[in-house]
Design a protein around this ligand. Structure first.
Ligand code: HXC
Length: 510
């Protein structure tokens, strides 16, 4: 008996060494941790239960039968993050470069199936050379099996991808199907085809970093949601992020004890809006002053900065925030901002996370660049996302809500549950100058007449009261009471029960 127990320990020790000391040292020399080190940092101490540690590949080509390493390049199992369970898989780059074989795919599929069946989030940590070249179509099929499960689990359990090394071919499409992607600067890359193939096909010379590094994907392509300086920083912030997420789509927004008074008054908000309506201010200040303990987790903060999206808590309960940011492009809605916010709104709605929208938007961005780029379709994504969302929606207009953007930003007409405006709100088809030049075209050149018409227009329309008279705004509120108003509104909406008509699925303008 003792011998067998000793043999088990020896087998475990060998499996835990992955590709061996030399390759582990090479991994560390690149500034990267190993798969098991990463899992240990992500999960609570001693909570990891590894499964399939002894799985080996079954390939007999190119001498592979001589090279078998237990685990076959991916570490899988489950554990807890601050006491809440998650499933996890982490590619082990020290074993065949973390490449995906049939057996490797089976291991990932197993934890994907278990996560879905048990309704728990899943985190994938990727660091891999892609399809195991020696396995051919078995590897391709293995990827498709991962993709199929990603798609079925979408909207049922949160899925998060962490990119901590090279990721090419099959390894980029699984992350793209998940809810959130986080990357490490300098050591992680994502591309469908790498720099060598790019050079052959298009003759472009580009480095891996320029083609698919963290900076590119968080600021240009918007493929990734956040970037960190190293593995440790990323994994510790990921623990904080997971705390905001529900386990699945049936349990509602997660709650934890709150130590911030729901009726905390923020006098400074009464002076947030500058006297000059064309002066910007920082909308992030409002978001941070409203959420519990100023704890806000921003998503995609380096992309489409004219809109802010992210998670905070109100009275301990996770809440999604969408806010136009006047500091960038005056907070206008363009294609990028619309896509970014639409995806976030849909994530919140999948998991019944309430959405609070702060509105200060001068409209959609005009111009050929936007129109040729499909602004109509991209803007419609946000419109569709808000319109179909049945999760509680609370909207606060702080200043401008002009034109179609007024409609889009969770207006009453799109089933906003509670719609408030600050006294500084301006709800109109457009700003005064543009409006007067259209409806009083004959007065152009007559500065005095134009000034008079502008003043009339401003007095009549650039306020919240016309909308409030019609019930499109439920109440005009004092800025300093914004947190209290939102907390009370969300408390009121706790049992909201709304269903859309039955359908197989909608057809969001993709
Ligand atoms: C088998 C692989 C491998 C692969 C790497 N290795 N990629 N083994 N299949 N795809 C092995 C290497 O042989 C090496 O083994 C070890 O992993 C480390 O690789 P190195 O090249 O030494 O490391 P590094 O210099 O850091 O380069 C990493 C890399 C490079 C950039 C990922 O290995 C690479 O370009 N690999 C191939 C990438 C690729 O084209 N994959 C196919 C994508 S197509 P030893 O024994 O020496 O340690 C795809 C199709 C799916 O995925 C499509 C589905 C939609």
């Amino acid at each position: 008996m003792r011998d067998i127990i000793a043999e088990l320990e020896e087998r475990r020790r060998v499996a835990r060494m992955g590709g061996g000391e030399e390759r582990i040292a090479a991994q560390h020399a690149k500034g990267k941790l190993t798969a098991r080190e990463r899992i240990n940092l992500l999960l609570d101490p001693d909570s990891f239960e590894e499964i399939d540690m002894f799985v080996e590949h079954n390939c007999h080509e190119f001498g592979m039968e001589e090279q078998k390493i237990p685990g076959d390049g991916v570490v899988t199992g489950w554990g807890t993050v601050n006491g809440r369970p998650i499933y996890v898989f982490a590619k082990d780059f020290t074993v065949f470069g973390g490449s995906l074989s049939r057996a490797h795919a089976n291991k990932i599929n197993k934890v994907q199936d278990m996560a879905l069946r048990n309704r728990m989030p899943i985190v994938g940590i990727l660091d891999s050379g892609g399809a195991r070249i020696q396995e051919g179509v078995d590897a391709l099929g293995g990827y498709a099996d991962v993709f199929q499960r990603n798609t079925l689990a979408s909207g049922v359990i949160p899925q998060i991808s962490v990119i901590m090394g090279p990721c090419a071919g099959g390894d980029v499409y699984s992350p793209a199907l998940t809810d959130f992607i986080f990357m490490v600067r300098g050591t992680s890359y994502m591309f469908v085809t790498g720099p060598d193939v790019v050079k052959t096909v298009t003759n472009e010379e580009v480095s891996a970093e320029e083609l698919g590094g963290a900076k590119i994907h968080t600021s240009k392509s918007s493929v990734a949601d956040g970037a960190y300086d190293n593995d440790i920083e990323l994994l510790s912030d990921l623990r904080r992020f997971i705390d905001f997420l529900p386990l699945c789509n049936k349990v509602g927004s997660p709650e934890r004890p709150a130590y911030d008074a729901h009726d905390r008054v923020e006098e400074s908000l009464d002076t947030l809006i500058p006297d000059n309506p064309n002066m910007p201010y920082d909308m992030l200040e409002l978001v941070e002053k409203v959420v519990d303990e100023n704890d806000f987790f921003e998503i995609q903060k380096d992309f489409a900065k004219n809109i802010i999206v992210g998670f905070g808590r109100i009275e301990g309960r996770t809440t999604g925030f969408v806010a136009n940011q006047p500091l960038t492009l005056a907070g206008v809605l363009d294609s990028d901002a619309s896509r970014k916010a639409a995806r976030f709104v849909r994530f919140c709605d999948c998991f019944d996370i309430p959405i609070v929208s702060f509105v200060d938007v001068p409209g959609f961005l005009p111009g050929t660049a936007q129109e040729y780029g499909g602004l109509i379709k991209h803007g419609a994504k946000l419109l569709f996302a808000y319109a179909e969302a049945t999760t509680p929606k609370v909207t606060i207009i702080t200043r401008k809500a002009y034109g179609g953007a007024y409609d889009v930003m969770a207006s009453k007409h799109l089933r906003g549950d509670v719609n408030y405006a600050w006294p500084t709100a301006e709800i109109a088809v457009m700003g005064a100058k543009g409006a007067v030049e259209i409806i009083f075209r004959s007065a152009i050149g007559d500065e005095e007449a134009l000034a008079k018409h502008t003043q009339d227009y401003e007095e009549k329309f650039l306020n919240p009261f016309v909308a409030a008279e019609r019930g499109y705004i439920d109440e005009v509120i004092q800025p300093h009471n914004t947190r209290r108003r939102i907390s009370r509104a969300l408390a009121l909406l706790r049992n909201k029960n709304m269903e859309n008509p039955w359908k197989k699925h909608g057809n969001i303008p993709l």
